[in-house]
Design a protein around this ligand. Structure first.
Ligand code: ATR
Length: 285
């Protein structure tokens, strides 16, 4: 940390289009206050056609920001425009966290770390089995595949309505990833110790198919990256069927940690007060 940070206010952003629904300002605002830091973190909406100019202003210092978070639809552009994307974002082709360092714009993607940290916190031992099933092959599935693979699962089965998309991810993320159509779901679930929903099924009260989890291994964990509602229909079903569940809110909270530490120089903690703050906000909207 350079000396100027001690005396000057450090400003960070979350950008997207639209960005007003982002809960990141609440998360970072909570940590800034808790740690007594003088910085700011705010939503900064940038349209697609203005994004490149915004990144140029970040690089030349005229934006007034030291870095920030990037959300939909700018994650791919952020990755491409950064001077130094790291390996994690390179593999995903998308970055969600940017920071200036040594005059260059660095980029990473913290989603896989957020996924892993959430499970480490809420269900230690989640990584004990060899076999995982991931439902969905969209944008959100990629970071989950990365996380599960990097934690050491030996067989990772990606099941998707459009099997071609699952196959693309299997080709991209390596030998341990296998692609399947929906019809194979029950079969590939046999003996798996981890099941993850990355699809939008059940989001915002939408209908969700009935899933029979009974072929999962004893002690298996079921998690969902959707966190509105907190207990998605899939999680409710898994719990009724006797399996441990972990909701997706912690992924959102934990993915914010590395960025905060880069910009403001202190590593924040995900605690129950922060979780309650975000849940209260979800209930308002
Ligand atoms: P995201 O970036 O949030 O993952 P996405 O790229 O649109 O969003 O992917 C959504 C995922 O949910 C996909 O895996 C999608 O399946 P397809 O690839 O076949 O479209 C899945 N999905 C959405 N609605 C679904 C439904 N009704 N039944 C099964 N899968 C569904």
């Amino acid at each position: 940390m350079d000396d100027s940070r001690e005396t000057q206010s450090v400003n960070a952003f979350v950008t997207g289009y639209p960005v007003k629904h982002s809960r990141s300002p609440l998360i970072h605002g909570y940590w800034l206050k808790q740690l007594g830091l003088a910085g700011s973190y705010r939503a900064h909406e940038v349209a697609v056609e203005a994004f490149e100019a915004f990144i140029a202003s970040l690089k030349d210092g005229t934006s007034g920001f030291v870095g920030g978070n990037v959300t939909i639809p700018h994650k791919e552009a952020a990755f491409k425009l950064a001077d130094r994307p790291d390996e994690l974002s390179e593999e995903l082709g998308a970055s969600n966290t940017l920071w200036l360092e040594g005059g260059e714009l660095h980029a990473t993607n913290t989603d896989s770390r957020g996924f892993t940290a959430n499970l480490d916190e809420r269900h230690p031992g989640w990584d004990r089995s060899d076999r995982a099933v991931i439902l969905g092959a969209g944008g959100a599935s990629r970071a989950v595949i990365q996380a599960v693979r990097d934690r050491g699962f030996k067989e990772i089965h990606v099941v998707n309505r459009t099997v071609e998309r699952a196959q693309e991810l299997a080709d991209r993320f390596g030998d341990r990833i296998h692609a399947h159509p929906m019809a194979a779901l029950h079969e590939v679930m046999q003996g798996a110790g981890l099941f993850i929903n990355t699809t939008s099924l059940g989001m915002d009260g939408e209908a969700s198919p009935r899933i029979d989890f009974s072929s999962l291994a004893d002690g298996a964990v079921v998690t969902d990256i959707v966190y509105v509602p907190l207990k998605t229909p899939l999680l409710a079903q898994a719990q009724e069927q006797g399996f441990a569940i972990v909701d997706g809110l912690g992924m959102l909270l934990h993915q914010a940690v590395p960025g905060f530490e880069k910009w403001f120089g202190k590593r924040p903690a995900v605690d129950e007060t922060l979780r309650a703050l975000i849940i209260a906000d979800m209930e308002k909207h």
